[in-house]
Design a protein around this ligand. Structure first.
Ligand SMILES: O=C(O)C(=O)C[C@]1(C(=O)O)C=C[C@@H](O)C=C1
Length: 74
């Protein structure tokens, strides 16, 4: 999780720099579909996998919004 947040924080900085929105619902739909397939293959409840993903992405979007409020650091 720490490594994922390190990566998504960089994504947030780039999105802010280029004036892109914090969230990308189409991308999230793709990721949820993939994750639910992986969960089914692993005999994990796909609804739980989706809930976990939404929980994580909400935090990422919070980071992205906070990055967009910071003055550009370059
Ligand atoms: O792929 C992106 O555009 C991201 O910002 C990363 C991410 C994610 O954490 O997976 C976060 C927010 C978006 O709504 C979709 C995906």
């Amino acid at each position: 999780m720490a490594e994922r947040f390190r990566c998504t924080k960089q994504v947030g900085v780039l999105k802010a720099k280029h004036g892109m929105p914090a969230s990308d619902p189409a991308r999230e739909e793709q990721q949820i579909a993939r994750l639910m397939r992986l969960a089914e293959d692993a005999d994990l409840d796909p609804v739980f996998a989706e809930k976990w993903f939404n929980f994580v992405v909400a935090e990422v979007i919070r980071h992205h919004r906070s990055a967009a409020e910071q003055p550009a650091a370059d």
